[in-house]
Unconditional design. Structure first.
Lengths: 172, 193
C-alpha cells in the first residue's frame, strides 16, 4: 500500500467515525500540522458530502399498489423454527454418533492389548493392521445397516406427511 | 399516509392479520430498496420488478423476522440476495471487484452521460451518474452506507462478509467513484475541490 492510499484509508476511517480514540488524535494532530493531510482531508470530505447528497430514487407511483396486489395472493409462511422439528435433527445426529461409537468400540475390541516382551510400548500398534474388517463389512452387517437406514427414511417420510396433513387441516 | 408507528409495531399488526398495514412498510422503504436495486441492476424496469419481488418475499417470510436487527437491515439482506439471483440469471458476473467487463459496460455509458452533461450540471446529478457507472458491488456498498443508513456491521450482515472486508470494499468503491467523477466530470470536480 503506497503512502497516499494509507493516508486516504486513515482519513476515511476518521470521516466515517470508525477510528479509535488513539487514531483520531493522531489524525487530528496531522491535520493541524501537515499541509498534505489537510488538503487530502478537505478533498475526501467533499466527496463524502457529495455522496451523502445523492438522491434516493423513487419507483413508479403504482409501486405500493402493485406490491399490495401481489401479496394479496400469498399467505405469510409460518416461521422456519416452527416447522423444523428439532427431534428429527437430534434423531439423525444420535444415529450417526451411535454408529461411530459402535465402530470405535468394535475396533478397540479387536486390538490385542498385551504388549510383547521386547516392546516398551503399552500397545502393540503392529496388531492394528490385523483388525479383521471383513467381519465388519460382512453381508449381515451391511444388511442390518441398510435396514436401519430404510427404517429411518420411512419414519422421516411419515413425519413430513403428518406435518403437511396438519398444515392442510389448519388452512381448511 | 404515515401511521407514525415503528417498524416492529407495524410488523406485529401484519402478523396479527392486518395485511393492509404492510403498505406503510412498503411506502416507507420503497425508495431505498428501489435505489439499491437500480444501482445494482442498472435498468429501471428490471429494478422496479426486482424491488417488488423483494417486498413480496419479505412479506411471505415476515414471520421469520425476529427483530434481532433493524427491519431495514433484514430487508436489504433480501434485496441483496434477490439482486444477486437476478444478475446471475442475466449471467452478469458481479463478484469480481476487478471485473473489467462491468467497467467496460459502465464506461460505454459514459458517452451518453457526457451528452447530457451540459443540461445536468447539478452536483447531485453528477454523483448519481457517477454511481451508475460503478460496478454493482461498488454501487451497492456505497448506497447501503450513504443512502440506506447502514453502519459497517449492518452492511457486513447484509452482504454476509467480515466488517473489515466491508471497510476495504467501501474504501475501494469510494476511490473508484472519485476516479469516475474526475474522469467524466472534470470541470465540475475542479469547481468542487
Amino acid at each position: 500500500m503506497n503512502q497516499e492510499q494509507n493516508i486516504e484509508q486513515q482519513l476515511w476511517a476518521y470521516i466515517d467515525g470508525v477510528s479509535t480514540n488513539e487514531e483520531r488524535s493522531v489524525v487530528e494532530k496531522l491535520l493541524q500540522s501537515n499541509f498534505e493531510w489537510k488538503n487530502k482531508y478537505r478533498e475526501l470530505l467533499e466527496v463524502h458530502q457529495l455522496m451523502s447528497s445523492s438522491e434516493v430514487e423513487q419507483p413508479s407511483m403504482r409501486f405500493t399498489k402493485n406490491v399490495m396486489e401481489k401479496i394479496a395472493q400469498y399467505h405469510i409462511a409460518p416461521a422456519t423454527k416452527n416447522y423444523i422439528n428439532k427431534k428429527i435433527i437430534w434423531g439423525i445426529a444420535g444415529f450417526f454418533i451411535t454408529l461411530i461409537a459402535v465402530f470405535v468400540v468394535y475396533g478397540f475390541a479387536q486390538v490385542e492389548w498385551t504388549s510383547p516382551d521386547n516392546s516398551n510400548l503399552p500397545i502393540d500398534f503392529s496388531q492394528l493392521s490385523k483388525v479383521d474388517y471383513s467381519k465388519i463389512f460382512s453381508n449381515n452387517f451391511v444388511n442390518v445397516f441398510m435396514m436401519v437406514n430404510v427404517l429411518l427414511v420411512l419414519v422421516l417420510f411419515d413425519r413430513v406427511l403428518a406435518n403437511k396433513r396438519k398444515q392442510f387441516q389448519k388452512q381448511a | 399516509m404515515s401511521t407514525g408507528l415503528g417498524d416492529n409495531e407495524i410488523i406485529s399488526k401484519v402478523l396479527g392479520g392486518e395485511y393492509n398495514a404492510y403498505a406503510e412498510l412498503v411506502s416507507r422503504y420503497q425508495g431505498y430498496v428501489f435505489t439499491l436495486t437500480l444501482r445494482m441492476i442498472k435498468s429501471r424496469e428490471d429494478a422496479e420488478e426486482v424491488a417488488q419481488d423483494v417486498f413480496v418475499k419479505a412479506y411471505r417470510s415476515l414471520a421469520d423476522f425476529r427483530g434481532e436487527s433493524k427491519f431495514s437491515t433484514w430487508l436489504y439482506t433480501i434485496t441483496n440476495t434477490t439482486c444477486i439471483t437476478f444478475l446471475r440469471k442475466k449471467k452478469l458476473d458481479i463478484h469480481s471487484l476487478d471485473n473489467e467487463k462491468v467497467f467496460e459496460v459502465a464506461d460505454s455509458k459514459d458517452s451518453g452521460f457526457k451528452a447530457n452533461l451540459v443540461e445536468q450540471k447539478s452536483r447531485v446529478n453528477m454523483v448519481n451518474q457517477a454511481i451508475a457507472m460503478l460496478s454493482p458491488d461498488d454501487a451497492e456498498v456505497i448506497t447501503l452506507f450513504y443512502k440506506a443508513e447502514q453502519n459497517l456491521e449492518e452492511i457486513s450482515r447484509i452482504l454476509g462478509i467480515e466488517t473489515n472486508t466491508v471497510k476495504v470494499r467501501l474504501h475501494r468503491a469510494r476511490t473508484r467513484l472519485k476516479e469516475k467523477m474526475e474522469k467524466n466530470f472534470s470541470e465540475e470536480v475542479k469547481n468542487i475541490y
